[in-house]
Design a protein around this ligand. Structure first.
Ligand code: NIG
Ligand code: FE
Length: 389
């Protein structure tokens, strides 16, 4: 069964052979889907026949967003913490323990409903791939439960047992790291593709470089890929550790030294920027231009979570990337699609070249530029291509 998607005012393929830039834009385009994959793209007037057709009426079509960093398995509410921050309180990760308590007390059904609601909210805003972390259970059973639930909705599951040291291990971080790298990892690895750690010596709740290394090396030995919450609150060892260990992604990158940028530019680790966090914690934004000038691969993601940033909107983060981090709209869209795919080491999503999964997002506008030009307006959504789910 094949479907022709036509009437595309502007098609962003992220196929660099298509035009002068990395977005591979085709004006007046069409695209053919077969068995859930893109089999043809080009000018609409050259499109081959197909069994069925969808006309998008001159709208722009872009690859579905790849949100490569999110924490969606949780219960509870931290709007009061956000309110306090807007009046001057600082974010240090201490609020995570309140989400841990609420999550442990919640039933599977409560967690599943919240999780599925957020994933649907994301899809309705153009996100077609999402990475989901554990990290609000912090016991063997609770972390495994979070990952089992996450695996119901995504293949990109991340074990974040080393999110913070839970209150019952206060003052005993090494004992908690032994739990994380021992029985917790053994219970969680079957449900996870990745392992992550909140490496942040500036937070009294998170993990220093040595403990983060222990966690990541144990995860790697268990067959997991590596990701790191790095340099969010201060310039620390996280980014260089990520590069040294060959992590797929160093996330946040808010405080970077020259050595961090050098390391990223010489390695294969993607720098994942999460500007919604700086917005929601009233913090300085990462220096995206410095990373791009150094040739670093940059992803943009939401970090959707109840504490540091509770947005599910990739378009909002894209607009922040343009307005606050001075990325061009083309750079920001690439980072929110192909960049996210690179951060997840995926070649089948984040672009609409031949062979890609048919993960399309349609923009209610003639050009992708409206994604940044119309901040806060819900103009982008995932496009259902019937018969190709
Ligand atoms: O990516 N920094 C660590 N973890 C999350 C926040 C989690 C929370 O505050 O609940 C982050 O910002
Ligand atoms: Fe995060």
């Amino acid at each position: 069964m094949s479907t022709l998607v036509t009437g595309i005012g502007e098609l962003v393929t992220n196929d660099p052979s298509r035009d002068d830039g990395p977005l591979g834009v085709i004006a007046g385009a069409a695209l053919v889907v077969e068995h859930g994959h893109v089999v043809w793209t080009g000018p609409a007037k050259e499109a081959p026949d197909a069994d069925t057709r969808i006309d998008v009426g001159g709208r722009a079509v872009v690859p579905g967003f790849v949100d490569s960093h999110a924490h969606l398995v949780f219960a509870g509410d931290r709007s009061a913490e956000f309110e306090a921050r807007m009046s001057g309180a600082a974010y240090d990760g201490g609020g995570i323990s309140s989400t841990v308590a609420a999550t442990r007390a919640a039933s599977d059904e409560t967690l599943r409903l919240r999780l599925r609601t957020l994933v649907a909210e994301m899809r309705s805003q153009g996100t077609t791939t999402v990475e989901i972390k554990s990290g609000y259970g912090l016991t063997v059973e609770e972390e495994a439960r979070a990952l089992r639930l996450a695996a119901e909705v995504t293949a990109e599951t991340t074990f974040l047992g080393a999110h913070v040291v839970p209150t019952e291990y206060a003052g005993r971080p090494d004992e908690f790291v032994a739990l994380v790298t021992g029985p917790m990892l053994a219970a969680c690895a079957p449900h996870a593709r990745w392992i992550d750690v909140f490496c942040e010596p500036a937070s009294p709740h998170a993990f220093d470089g040595d403990r983060a290394r222990t966690v990541l090396e144990a995860g790697r030995a268990a067959g997991l890929g590596l990701r790191v919450h790095a340099n969010q609150l201060s310039a620390g060892p996280g980014v260089r550790l990520a590069v040294e260990l060959g992590a797929a992604s160093a996330d946040h990158c808010t405080h970077l030294s020259d050595a961090d940028v050098d390391a990223l530019s010489g390695g294969s680790t993607v720098a994942t920027l999460l500007p919604g966090v700086e917005f929601s914690t009233r913090s300085p934004y990462p220096d995206a231009r410095r990373l791009l000038a150094a040739g670093v691969t940059v992803a943009v993601a939401t970090d959707c979570n109840p504490g540091s940033c509770f947005t599910s909107s990739m378009a909002f983060c894209l607009a922040l990337a343009v307005r606050e981090m001075r990325m061009t709209t083309a750079e920001a869209l690439w980072s929110a699609t192909a960049g996210g795919a690179a951060a997840l080491r995926r070649t089948d999503v984040g672009h609409l070249g031949v062979g890609a999964q048919a993960h399309l997002a349609v923009v209610d506008a003639p050009s992708y530029r409206h994604l940044a030009y119309r901040p806060g307006v819900p103009i982008v959504r995932a496009l259902d291509v019937p018969g190709h789910a």
